[in-house]
Design a protein around this ligand. Structure first.
Ligand SMILES: [Zn+2]
Ligand SMILES: [Zn+2]
Ligand SMILES: [Zn+2]
Ligand SMILES: [Zn+2]
Ligand SMILES: [Zn+2]
Ligand SMILES: [Zn+2]
Length: 507
């Protein structure tokens, strides 16, 4: 995500993909051939006086509405020219002579001073010319890599006085001028030797580089922090999602259990009701059977002609029937259990609760802070030390989000005991180191340290309190219950309410 490296500078124009010719630099620091920008401008239309950078699309205001007014990039111009000449020298293709009009003969040398390729004949002429005899010539047959000496660039010469080098800088006109132009066009102007101006410009650029160095590291660090933050956001989101899912799984399980309980209760009530009704029906059935049977016997025996037969069973039958009729009279024929089973499922209230159940909010770890106990970074082995953490207002069970760790600073896994107790607007972090050495107490919310955390403290061996010979009670500060002076000059003060002991050394 972070883009810290700039692409290497190439000497080819991004529009025509060739070495720059007459490169111009736009305010966005992208350079293009003059001809390419003119074409680009034509394509974009001449209605307004701005030009869109072909690379970054930044709109550039053209001075006087003309491409010509843009900044000439001599640096790229020279480097491109050098690169293209070098490429030509190293290429295996024949190069025509720049001096001869018919260009029939291939060039054999390159003159670094004239910036020209020369054929064998022109080379000889060159050498016989007094002025040019010292020119540096590079033979084209040596196709190995060549180190080009400084090439004479035309731009270094005056347009009007072509043999005059531009060796002055006019601060008023902001351009290089030749000695001949000085008295004519730049009279009374602020003129300086171009070498000095160049040196100043070089220094200024170096300072700019240095000032960039002050910008990049902190911004890079900020980017790194931001990226870390993005990771943390993703991690925290996952954690919170997990927590929500787990909580609702539990709620669903509780709901399922309640559902089953109610179903079972319904089953039981129904079974009991069925049993009682069935019991009643059993009674009815038994009675009907007995009555039917008795009635049948009575009716059958009453048809018999033999009085002996009739008399033999009459008593039992009548007894039985009378008993049955008696029972029938006592028996309520109405079914006893007339109650109906109902379920009370008042969803309105719980639905409302469910709708409002849970909330997602942001808490600033900095709104939690370890408030007391930080003054003296000392502790004693196996002795509890307490820290008060003030909690932000408006967060329900704010302390429940706190996580504490109390570990040895030396990287060993050894842990001290740490307990966090919620106490209305404060939480108490209680630590008990298990051995001598440096400890680090961390109190965090979802991995973020709260104010005052992490806290380093060094754990000493248990003090010999029996040497507290000089125990006297005197007033040291409000809330101080007891003060004792150790033989080594340390003063111990304990407070009434919270079990804090403060140690003051002699000074
Ligand atoms: Zn171009
Ligand atoms: Zn640009
Ligand atoms: Zn020639
Ligand atoms: Zn020459
Ligand atoms: Zn001039
Ligand atoms: Zn001037």
């Amino acid at each position: 995500m972070a883009e810290n490296t700039s692409p290497a500078i190439t000497m080819t124009c991004e529009v025509c993909s060739e070495y720059y010719t007459d490169p111009l630099m736009l305010p966005c620091l992208h350079s293009f051939c003059k001809k390419c920008l003119i074409k680009a401008k034509e394509k974009q239309g001449s209605a307004d006086t701005s030009l869109k950078c072909p690379t970054c699309d930044t709109s550039v205001n053209l001075p006087d509405g003309k491409i010509k007014g843009l900044t000439q990039n001599l640096w790229f111009a020279h480097k491109s020219k050098e690169a293209s000449i070098k490429k030509k020298i190293l290429s295996k293709e024949a190069i025509s002579c720049d001096e001869c009009d018919d260009s029939s003969d291939a060039a054999v040398v390159y003159c670094c001073d004239c910036g020209q390729f020369l054929c064998d004949l022109c080379k000889k002429v060159h050498k016989r010319n007094k002025k040019k005899a010292n020119h540096k010539l590079i033979g084209l047959e040596t196709k190995e890599s060549v180190k080009l000496p400084t090439i004479k660039h035309e731009e270094g010469y005056c347009d009007r006085h072509t043999d005059q080098k531009l060796i002055y800088y006019c601060h008023d006109c902001e351009k290089l001028v030749c000695p001949n132009c000085l008295p004519i066009k730049h009279k009374d102007h602020n003129i300086e030797d171009y070498i000095d101006v160049g040196e100043t410009a070089r220094k200024a650029l170096k300072e700019s580089v240095a000032s960039c160095d002050g910008v990049i590291p902190p911004v890079t660090e900020a980017i790194a922090n931001g990226e870390k933050m993005l990771e943390q956001i993703a991690t925290r989101k996952e954690e919170v999602r997990q927590e929500i899912k787990e909580t609702f799984e539990k709620l669903k399980a509780a709901l399922d259990k309640r559902c089953n309980d109610l179903l079972m209760e319904t089953e039981e009530i129904a079974r009991a009701k069925r049993n009682s009704v069935e019991k009643q029906l059993d009674g009815f059935c038994k009675l009907v059977k007995q009555v039917s049977h008795g009635r049948y016997l009575a009716s059958s025996v009453s048809e018999r002609t033999d009085p002996g037969e009739v008399l033999s069973v009459k008593k039992l039958i009548t007894n039985q029937l009378e008993e049955c009729i008696e029972e029938y009279k006592k028996l309520p024929l109405e079914i006893e259990d007339k109650k109906v089973v109902l379920a009370c499922l008042n969803t309105a209230a719980i639905s409302d609760e469910i709708r409002k159940f849970g909330s997602i909010f942001e808490a600033d770890p900095a709104s939690y802070s370890i408030d007391s106990g930080l003054a003296i970074p000392l502790a004693t082995v196996k002795k509890e030390r307490k820290f008060k953490v003030s909690l932000p207002a408006g967060i329900d069970k704010a302390a429940s989000y706190l996580k504490g760790s109390f570990i040895k600073s030396d990287g060993s896994k050894e842990e001290g005991r740490v307990v966090i107790v919620n106490d209305k607007n404060t939480a108490i972090v209680s630590c008990t180191p298990q051995s001598i050495g440096g400890y680090e107490l961390s109190v965090t919310i979802r991995g973020h340290h709260i104010k005052g955390s992490p806290y380093q403290l060094s754990v000493k061996a248990s003090r010999d309190y029996t040497t507290l010979t000089n125990q006297r009670s005197f007033y040291v500060g409000s809330g101080t219950a007891c003060v004792a002076v150790h033989t080594n000059g340390e003063v111990y003060a304990s407070s009434y309410d919270d079990g804090f002991v403060q140690v003051f050394s002699e000074d």
